[in-house]
Write a protein that binds this ligand. Structure first.
Ligand code: ADP
Length: 256
C-alpha cells in the first residue's frame, strides 16, 4: 500500500513525517486462495453425503414407504453416509485445533513402545476385517521422545490404518521402532501394497488429496489424514519420509 502523498509535498526540514510503505501481498494472496479452496473442498465433501441422505429420506417417505427390504438397505447406506460426515467433521476440527497451537512445542515425555502397542490393539478389528496382519518390531529399552501423546497416537493410527487399507489383503504391515545411540528415533510403517507413483508423493499431505478416484469411492477416508499427520509432525519438529515402489509397497517413516 502506498501512502496517499505526492513526493513533491515532502519538504526537507519540515516537521511533517511521511511514510512510504510497500508490502508484497502475493504470499497473503496465496494463503487466502488456499483458505478459500479449503472451504470450497470441505463444503463439497459435506454436501455430497448430505445430498445422498436427502435422496434416501425422500425415497423412504415416498416410493419405498412400505418396502421393508428397501428400508433395511437404505438405512444401512444412510448410516454409512452419516458416519462419513462425522469423520470429516472430526478431521476438520483436528486440523483447525492444530493450526491454533502450531507455534507451541509439545513437552510430554512419551514412550513410543506402549504407544505403538496401543495403536496396534486399536486397529486389530480393522486389520482383521481387511485380512491384514500388523507386526510390531520394538527394541528392548524404552524409546522416549518429547511430544503430545494423543497427537502421536493420531499420527500412527493414520499411518498404520492407511497401510492396512491401501496395502494388500492377506499381507503383513510391519511397524519398526528404531532407537540407536546418537541416531534420531525413527518409526517406519511398511506395507506390501500397490505403492504410490512418484508424481503423487509430494502432494500426499495436501488436504483432500487422494491418489486415485477408485480410492475415494471404495476406501473409507476423508483425504485429510496425512494433512493432519504433517501438521502434528511439524509441531513435533519431526519429519515424514515416504519411500514407495509401484508394485512392491510403501514405507512411511517418522524421524524425530
Ligand atoms: P485418506 O483419508 O484418503 O486415507 P490420507 O490423507 O490418509 O487420506 O491419504 C491420502 C491418499 O494417499 C490416500 O487416499 C491414498 O490414495 C494414498 N495413500 C496413503 N497411504 C498409502 C499407502 N500406504 N499405500 C498407498 N497409497 C496410500
Amino acid at each position: 500500500r502506498v501512502a496517499p502523498v505526492a513526493l513533491e509535498d515532502v519538504t526537507p526540514g519540515s516537521d511533517s513525517l511521511y511514510v512510504l510503505a510497500f508490502r508484497d501481498v502475493s504470499e497473503l494472496r496465496r494463503i487466502e486462495r488456499m483458505r478459500s479452496d479449503f472451504v470450497a473442498n470441505a463444503s463439497h465433501e459435506l454436501r455430497t453425503p448430505l445430498a445422498s441422505l436427502r435422496g434416501f429420506i425422500e425415497t423412504l417417505q415416498g416410493p419405498a414407504r412400505s418396502d421393508p427390504l428397501a428400508h433395511e438397505r437404505f438405512l444401512g447406506i444412510m448410516f454409512d453416509q452419516a458416519t462419513r460426515m462425522s469423520r470429516l467433521v472430526d478431521d476438520l476440527l483436528s486440523l483447525s485445533r492444530l493450526e491454533l497451537k502450531a507455534h507451541i512445542a509439545p513437552d510430554q515425555t512419551v514412550d513410543l513402545k506402549p504407544l505403538i502397542g496401543h495403536v496396534r490393539d486399536t486397529l486389530l478389528p480393522l486389520a482383521e476385517e481387511l485380512g491384514v496382519e500388523i507386526r510390531t518390531h520394538l527394541p528392548d529399552a524404552k524409546v522416549e521422545v518429547l511430544g503430545d501423546r494423543d497427537e502421536l497416537v493420531q499420527v500412527f493410527e493414520n499411518l498404520i490404518e492407511n497401510a492396512c487399507k491401501y496395502g494388500q489383503e492377506g499381507k503383513v504391515v510391519d511397524v519398526f521402532v528404531r532407537s540407536e545411540p546418537s541416531q534420531p528415533v525413527e518409526v517406519s510403517v511398511v506395507d506390501c501394497g500397490p505403492g504410490i507413483p512418484a508424481e503423487h508423493v509430494p502432494r500426499l499431505t495436501e488436504r483432500f488429496y487422494r491418489v486415485s478416484v477408485a480410492d475415494s469411492r471404495s476406501k473409507k477416508g476423508t483425504g485429510l489424514g496425512l494433512a493432519i499427520v504433517k501438521h502434528i509432525l511439524t509441531r513435533h519438529r519431526a519429519r515424514l519420509i515416504v519411500k514407495s515402489e509401484v508394485g512392491k509397497g510403501t514405507a512411511f517413516t517418522v524421524r524425530f
